[in-house]
Ligand binder design. Structure first.
Ligand SMILES: [Zn+2]
Ligand SMILES: [Zn+2]
Ligand SMILES: [Zn+2]
Ligand SMILES: [Zn+2]
Length: 353
């Protein structure tokens, strides 16, 4: 993510809601696509202070009243419910009568805003109910109805909320917004990372399979990822939880979980691709890599490898987890090449930088 600049000259970050130097309210202006200082207008609302923009704005309902957003809506062009271009995708929000859920919701929204920023960098199509899109996208953030007994996987208990995607609808269990709970699950599931933004990037991969691959490009996808009915998803899931990933998964898959089924392989590969796009966007704005990144997959992989090595060492200096895998296996590169082609083809512009 790039950084932004307040009208007072202070740097602003993507998550900011006010400037620490001049105390101005700040937010995302959808007109100029910057985090900007918001100048109050006499009749209510705000003016974007970005030179050359000056658009009249109002805070998103979830910014003004719920304190979980930092986006604005253009006055007169706003959606009827005054939700911003991220919040309007919500179908179910967490039960705010439960202590801690507002903070969990805020963390989920922050991750969702980053997701949409990356999708928009790639000019990937998306829309929600009522928009002109074949598969409307929506999100539900829900909690288990019964207290967790320490068992993550349960087939009998229908009160559990499963993080997942179905026909454009993404559900995320709000406990993923708890750092302690998430780390416990990461260890339980033997994952190298488990993050909120990672969940969003994985589930949106399933969304783009439905939107861009299903009945459009299935044959080509099958040649790279395998046939999604052989075995069926249910059989593959059962086998994965019985036996885990095959020992040679690193030579064929981006993650152990990707070995479960072709749909999960696609979603994990898609998520990794979005990881690379987001990291390289940040690295480019911060001047962090040496190679020429020309928009080809191989130049992306090389740049990501260089940035990843440097950040891995920084993380190890601080005792943190590695950012990036050491090298991408040839079979995994072929899967990423498929995703790259799909994204470039679907993007409404060809420039991904
Ligand atoms: Zn300021
Ligand atoms: Zn603006
Ligand atoms: Zn919002
Ligand atoms: Zn999945």
């Amino acid at each position: 993510m790039r950084t932004f600049s307040c009208r007072c000259g202070n740097p602003l970050f993507f998550e900011n809601t006010h400037c620490l130097a001049c105390q101005a309210d700040v937010g995302w202006c959808p007109a100029c696509r910057h985090i900007v200082a918001l100048e109050p207008l006499p009749g209510g609302g705000y003016r974007c202070t970005q030179p050359g923009c000056q658009t009249a704005l109002m805070k998103c309902h979830n910014y003004a009243l719920e304190n979980v957003c930092n986006r604005t809506v253009v006055i007169n062009q706003g959606y009827a419910d005054t939700l911003c271009d991220c919040c309007r995708y919500n179908a179910v929000i967490p039960d705010l009568s439960i202590e801690g859920n507002r903070e969990r919701w805020a963390a989920l929204e922050a991750a969702k805003r980053r997701l949409f920023h990356t999708l928009d960098l790639l000019a990937l199509p998306h829309g929600t109910v009522g928009d002109a899109i074949d598969v409307p996208l929506s999100f539900s953030f829900m909690a288990d109805a019964l207290p967790d007994q320490g068992l993550w996987r349960s087939t009998a208990n229908q009160e559990k909320v499963y993080t997942g995607h179905a026909s454009g609808h993404i559900t995320i269990n709000v406990k993923e917004a708890d750092a302690v709970e998430r780390e416990r699950l990461r260890v339980d599931m033997n994952e190298s990372h488990r993050t909120l933004i990672g969940h969003f990037r994985h589930e949106i991969g399933h969304y783009y399979w439905d939107l861009l691959v299903k009945q459009r490009d299935e044959d080509a996808c099958r040649q790279v990822f395998g046939h999604h009915d052989q075995p069926t998803y249910a059989d593959a899931l059962e086998q994965y939880y019985q036996q885990g990933a095959p020992g040679d998964w690193p030579t064929r898959f981006i993650s152990a979980y990707a070995a479960m089924h072709p749909w999960e392989d696609f979603a994990e590969s898609f998520a990794f691709y979005l990881d690379m796009v987001a990291v390289l966007d940040t690295a480019m704005h911060m001047g962090l890599y040496r190679t020429e990144y020309d928009g080809t997959l191989d130049s992306m992989l090389l740049a990501f490898h260089q940035v990843g090595m440097a950040v891995n060492e920084l993380n190890r200096d601080m005792g943190l987890l590695d950012l990036a895998p050491g090298a991408v296996a040839p079979a995994v590169r072929d899967k990423l090449a498929y995703v790259h082609r799909l994204v470039r083809h679907a993007g409404t512009h060809q420039e991904t930088r």
